[in-house]
Design a protein around this ligand. Structure first.
Ligand SMILES: [Zn+2]
Length: 329
């Protein structure tokens, strides 16, 4: 039998014609749930265990200002092609917890407890989802930060302003640290978003962490199996990582792209959040050409959860193919 639109409509009409309250149906309505399952996902890279822990999402009306070098109609068309709603944009957030056997390492920390309140729990979920995954923040040995935007650093502090990972060493890219802690750079920052970011970083790292951080260099292992890789442009010190153990390897891209639809499919589009847009684009193409050539798995902080996939070349852009959800580890 061929299922056609006519069949589907006829079936729907049949359901509608059935009596609403047949005496054979139970009368008690099951309550409708108001929460998603706690979002965390585990996989192995050799002997290392990775737990992707969602920090939630942020959805907002699409404006021309999201991508200054593309028109809103072009962006809408790209979203529609990816079966996503027009006129809206969603950013996902996915920090990582990696267990190397010897060390428990957090990579990036999400939007933090203030955002959780302000967004009514839509984001700032990292602490709750980490607890649901059975991970104690006091047991974390190291927190590695990729760059100093709010969605990556604000979870460093708990709601009372004290360190959220009280026993962890906090590792930051040396170049990123130098830029955001430079008073000259801060005084020259344009009003609005950039000044706000400087203020936020001073609050997190000076008031909150009392400058107790360890700057790290690119090309070195920052934790066992975790190699820091320069991928600048999104910020002056933006960092990605290669996590490897045995024959296992995954490229942790951080923010080389934001949501791959449309930022991987259209690598020439410059999101307003890319601080040095031309450099960010060059990095995006260089990194994606590399992961395509090497068939590397990619873990994306802003990919839809759980953010693990492969990348293939597609015309003038790239397509991310999400890895199948594995119900076992
Ligand atoms: Zn980000």
């Amino acid at each position: 039998m061929q299922l056609t639109r006519r069949h589907a409509l006829a079936a729907a009409a049949g359901i509608a014609a059935a009596p609403l309250l047949s005496p054979t149906f139970a009368r008690a309505a099951a309550p409708v749930a108001d929460k998603q399952a706690p979002s965390f996902y585990r996989y192995k890279v050799g002997d290392i265990q990775v737990t992707v822990v969602s920090d939630g999402r942020f959805s907002f009306p699409l404006e021309d200002t999201l991508i200054p070098n593309a028109r809103k109609e072009e962006v809408d068309a790209a979203l529609e092609q990816a079966f996503l709603p027009r006129d809206m944009f969603t950013i996902y957030f996915a920090p990582l917890v990696i267990n190397t056997g010897g060390k428990l390492v957090v990579i990036d920390t999400g939007n933090g407890p203030v955002a959780k309140v302000n967004s009514k729990g839509t984001n700032g979920q990292f602490a709750d989802n980490m607890a649901a995954a059975g991970i104690d923040p006091k047991a974390v040995d190291m927190v590695v930060i990729s760059h100093f935007h709010t969605d990556h650093v604000n979870g460093l502090l708990a709601a009372d302003g004290t360190p959220a990972f009280p026993n962890a060493e906090v590792l930051v890219p040396a170049t990123e640290w130098k830029f955001w802690m430079d008073d000259g750079e801060m005084s020259r920052a344009p009003a609005g978003r950039m000044q706000g970011l400087f203020k936020n970083n001073r609050n997190i790292f000076e008031a909150g962490l009392k400058k107790k951080v360890t700057p790290y260099e690119w090309g070195k292992e920052v934790a066992p199996g975790l190699l820091a890789v320069e991928s600048i442009g999104h910020t002056p010190g933006h960092t990605s990582y290669v996590l490897s153990s045995g024959t296992g390897k995954v490229f942790i891209q951080s923010d080389v792209t934001n949501n791959p639809n449309p930022f991987a499919t259209h690598p020439a589009w410059h999101g307003f959040f890319d601080q040095i847009p031309d450099v960010a684009e060059a990095t995006r193409r260089r990194v994606y050409d590399m992961v395509v050539a090497e068939k590397l798995m990619v873990q994306g902080f802003h990919y839809p959860f759980p953010g693990l996939g492969h990348v293939e070349k597609d015309g003038s852009g790239y397509r991310v193919i999400p890895a199948p959800w594995n119900p076992t580890i």
